[in-house]
Design a protein around this ligand. Structure first.
Ligand code: AHR
Length: 499
């Protein structure tokens, strides 16, 4: 099949924040995941596990959303400040009724973000909180004077932080209050009014957006909450949550992460590419109210959701991964890149030990493995803040359960140093794809080419075999008169770097 890439036609910037992550107080994501505590024998810096921090820095994690998810609307930030021994022990009612001793609170989380070199994205409580609580959290973080600034200094942080990204509620149509959009829109305006800008720290407010293809939600939010009655812009982003949940329509999901057949593979590809239709639909609604795209579509939860790994607590949402998830990640990121005029932030759910994680750790702060999704994010780091390049493809379309998806999907970008990066995936589980790539109007030198593939589609990285599915050089790339040609194995992702 033919791919034609146009290096001389750079388009919009691919915001690095579409490669963001999410850490909820859920299962072993934070506690016994990223956080091991200062006294752990596992190497850590002020309680945060150093090997995971290093792995996340390698994929240049741009932002991290916290503390939820559903947990955010049960979370009261004051529980997580002050001397740790005095912090209250709260029930995590959403996720298994475990006790959260609040060892990780605002200071600890923001320390993690500083260690990672990423932007924090705080999710404020609307469902069981108050405008005052949001107002005071923002003030606690940003004020240079007053009681809350003094309290922050007494807790060890004299200098204010600068936290740009604030979510105002999470899934307010469900766990965040079970509201209709007509109920949430005025609530949003009220809460957002008190999430104030401080000098030098303007907020990027994200309203709680739709689930899946609920375009009505987006319509009402754009109509009633995007602008205040006097015309001020009330949000900079409107969120969207969409998970790929294959298999029977049961809750919790029953589809196995690793025990799937060809039909299971195709379901994930088809449901993954459905993101394109969903984003397209929300974009069209937002375009009607905001043709200049001043508000972003923020896909702050996405990923695959399977049955929990046998033998683990089903409330902890711990699941394994295969190359299928690597290809799903590539397909989804390609959708975001193709819509980067409007999609400017996105967060994979979740970063460690929960759903489509980039790393898994053994219980009790044991060994860790990287997942195929980590490899894909490493490949896509070349696209951070680069300019999208058009890629024309004559790839066939597959159809599964009435959903269409491309046999091959590719995206490309032009980096600030003039180099060109192509990422391409083969969604077919059984057939290789022969790619004939033309770089239109440009002589280019191939500098590197890597491949993520697995001869066994259900193979996964385990603590004993941590790199069973991993990136290796893409062999057999041949120069042609107009570019290069290569074969993509069944179910694989490749990245090519040209100068
Ligand atoms: O990511 C797991 C959960 O999925 C989040 O807590 C919630 O926002 C969503 O329903």
């Amino acid at each position: 099949m033919k791919l034609t890439l146009h290096p001389a036609e750079p388009g919009p910037v691919i915001d690095k924040h579409i490669f963001g992550h999410f850490a909820e107080h859920l299962g072993r994501c934070v506690y016994d995941g990223l956080w091991v505590g200062e006294d752990s024998p596992v190497p850590n810096v002020r309680g945060w596990r150093s090997d995971l921090v290093a792995a996340l820095k390698k994929i240049r994690i741009p932002n991290l959303r916290w503390p939820g998810g559903c947990y955010a609307d049960d979370y009261h930030w004051r529980d997580g400040i002050g001397p740790r021994a005095k912090r209250p022990r709260r029930l995590n009612a959403h996720w298994g009724g475990v006790v959260d001793d609040n060892a990780v609170g605002t200071h600890e989380f923001l320390d993690l973000c500083e260690q990672l070199g990423c932007e924090p994205y705080l999710a404020a409580n609307v469902g069981s909180g108050s405008p005052r609580e949001v107002r005071e959290w923002v003030e606690y973080c940003h004020a240079t004077a007053g009681t809350l600034a003094d309290e922050r200094a007494a807790n060890g942080r004299k200098e204010p932080w600068k936290i740009r990204l604030w979510g105002i509620g999470n899934e307010t149509w469900g766990c965040g209050g079970n509201m209709t959009p007509e109920q949430y829109a005025p609530e949003y305006r009220r809460f957002a009014s008190y999430a104030r800008d401080f000098p030098g720290a303007p907020l990027y407010r994200v309203a709680s957006g739709a689930r899946n293809d609920d375009f009505h939600w987006t319509d009402v939010l754009m109509r009633d909450a995007f602008k205040a009655p006097l015309g001020a812009q009330m949000f900079q982003g409107l969120s969207l949550h969409y998970y790929v949940v294959p298999g029977p329509n049961t809750w919790p999901p029953a589809h196995s992460a690793t025990g799937f057949d060809e039909d299971g593979w195709k379901s994930v590809m088809a449901l993954g590419w459905k993101m394109d239709a969903i984003v397209r639909g929300h974009r069209a609604v937002m375009d009607r109210y905001d043709p200049e795209a001043r508000a972003a579509l923020v896909v702050d939860e996405w990923g695959a959701w399977y049955a929990a790994e046998p033998g683990t607590n089903p409330n902890f949402l711990y699941q394994q991964q295969t190359i299928r998830d690597g290809v799903l990640a590539a397909l989804t990121l390609n959708v975001f890149i193709n819509h980067c005029e409007r999609v400017r932030i996105a967060n994979l759910a979740q970063v460690v030990n929960v759903l489509q994680a980039v790393a898994l750790t053994e219980p009790g702060a044991g060994r860790f493995v990287l997942t195929p999704t980590w490899d894909v994010l490493a490949m896509y780091a070349a696209h951070h803040d680069a300019r999208r390049l058009p890629v024309h493809s004559d790839a066939a379309q597959h159809v599964h359960d009435g959903l269409t998806y491309p046999a091959v999907s590719a995206t490309a970008s032009l980096a600030a140093d003039g180099s060109v990066n192509l990422t391409v995936c083969n969604t077919d589980p059984a057939a290789s794809a022969e790619i004939d790539l033309t770089l239109a109007n440009r002589r280019a030198t191939l500098r590197s080419a890597s491949l993520l593939a697995s001869p066994v589609l259900t193979a996964c990285n385990t603590f004993d075999q941590p790199r069973a599915v991993t990136t290796r050089p893409l062999d057999g790339v041949r120069a042609t008169a107009t570019g290069v040609a290569f074969a993509l194995p069944p179910g694989s992702v490749a990245a090519l770097h040209f100068s």
